[in-house]
Design a binder for this molecule. Sequence first.
Ligand code: ME8
Length: 691
Amino acid sequence: MPDPFYVTTPIYYVNDVPHIGHAYTSVLADVLARWHRLNGCEVYFLTGTDEHGQKVEEAAAKAGRTPQEHVDLTSQSFREMGKLLDLTNDRFIRTTDADHVEYVQSVLQGLWDKGEIYKSAYKGLYNVRDERFYSESDIREGRGPAEGEPVEEVEEINYFFRMSAYQQRLLDHIQQNPDWIVPDYRRNEVLGFLRQPLGDLCISRPKWRLSWGIELPFDKDFVTYVWFDALLNYVTGPRGAKRCDGSDWWPASVHLIGKDILTTHTVYWPTMLMGAGIPLPRQILAHGWWMVDGQKMSKSLGNVIDPFEVARQYESVGGAEAFRFFLMRDMVVGQDSSFSEAGMAKVVNGDLANDVGNILSRIRKQILTQFEGVIPALPRTLSEASKALRDKALSVLAEFPNQMRLFRVNVALEETMSLARAINAYLETTAPWKLAKDESKRQELSEALSVSSEALRLLLVLLSPVIPKKASHALALMGGEKAEPGKLVWGLLPTGSQFQDGPVLFPRLEIKKPESEKPAKPESKQPSATTDPVKSPFELLDLRVARVDAAEDHPTAEKLLVLTLDVGELGKKQVCAGIKAHFSASAMVGRKVLLVANLKKAKLRGVESYGMILAADNPDGSVHLLAPQGEVGAFATVEGLDHKPGQNLAIEVLDPVVLEIQSGALAFEGKVVTAGGAQIGCTAVDGSRAH
Ligand code: ME8
């Protein structure tokens, strides 16, 4: 029996409305929960709302309600977000829930009885938005560091938890458990913080200043500091539930948080638990920040992304499911990411419609017309092409869990999409639509459709934690298949399953562009080799959409992959690419890349290379390949340039050509580059250089 899995999200402040940031953490937790259930684990998933504190009290007064009426109303929108995003949480905890109030008081009483809490005078700079005291050095022009809201000087008698006593134990814990805080740069941040002496934690507020909180059990004139109350939700949450073997759910397997609340979770929380004699959570994952078109989200900029609005806007392509997929696919877990309509369109049209949707409709059509809907049985012996696809599926099945264990959902999805591309490449190679025209090729046709159906089934099961409804709908069409434990094994598609006809499950998003932005028709820009002077060195380049047919490690060079590319009318080309540190050979197969096709032949550590594929360097050090959507062989153009590609160019020809990522796509001198009428997408952040 695999280990049980208990995952939490932060509990969200009810004075805010749900936005993309809350949606992201919640969906990430849901995807991990679903993935573990799919593996047969027992799972507990907790989310909820943080309802005490000064700003709630103030907002309620402003709205003319009691604080309780106010939070009853405002917490509702987070519950609604949960329904919208199809979260499978076991409990939605509210810090006003009676069992939580009672538990917080019992922990406080225990700490008081043990002498872990003392009373003292306190003077400090308090920020209501963050519900925290800040030191002088954190303050800029009288404003707090997080949201820039004003701080006020506060002096009062309060209760303190002896946090400083646990500094060394905490340091030791972090040093002895290198994976306790992930990613490692967040761990280093915490270790840096702990190099300074740690103070004690003020854990009370006098009632004359704030009454909306949990009363201290040993002094009725005070309420509990909101963070002390909120953090304990993680223990209260599953107290009423037990694991199958009767044991408690605590400690949590992982707390998912944004990088904004790293200190509270990695310093306040563990020391509180140490003081109370409660075991620590097993891991804390701090993810990055969602921005919008490269800017910080803020009410004043009016760019806050509302999940309800996104779901409405993208309803025709799956609404909330498309949003879930985008969130998981786009954000490199740990790094910041930017929401944009272009980004949504790219994953919806590229990954879902072009890749997954295409496979489903191609296979379904052939099975319905050629085999009356009955999926043919897998043959005992497989052709070389079928074996290669099966092996690709097996390698993705092996790699996916590794990535999920490291919480790299985006990498796991990249692996999954490489399987999708491999299935499409297999379908193009075996061409069942051609085999269907030849009676003597029934055996081959049957093999192509059964092998691709089985790979599609596995692809859908792998996608099911992220797009549960779409995946289960598609699986249901494949003869009532299900995404459930035990299904991630090659060869389980039952013989004789009946493929159903049904609606288009992964439709394309129609993007209406103003006339002036429409890319020039590709036919009018076909390359014409000539010796005329060029306006720009870009005009000399022969940039082509190519698809990776095969990929392997270079025999001796550590950093190189050797790719075999299909470049349409230019035929097949072998290219060495220095991307091995970022992409495995198997993840490259089936992928479309942008190739500089007219470079001089080069020999790289003994292997010939006929060109170079382009990639962008993200500022965080990650490398992002350009991902053209145009057809294989399409020539890349820029409006206004007169393309006259040369031949056998020296690589230095690229030096003066500044290619940049803008709005998620390749641009040259501010103008969008297109190939086959489509932009050339890239997941690197805007401003990244491509070369
Ligand atoms: O901090 N990008 O609540 P909160 C990514 N109540 N994630 C974001 C984000 C963004 N732009 N904005 C918010 C609190 N988040 C406390 C937590 S827990 C015991 C108490 C997500 O409503 C992210 O997970 O401000 C972040 O940590 C959380 O929402 C903060 O939510």
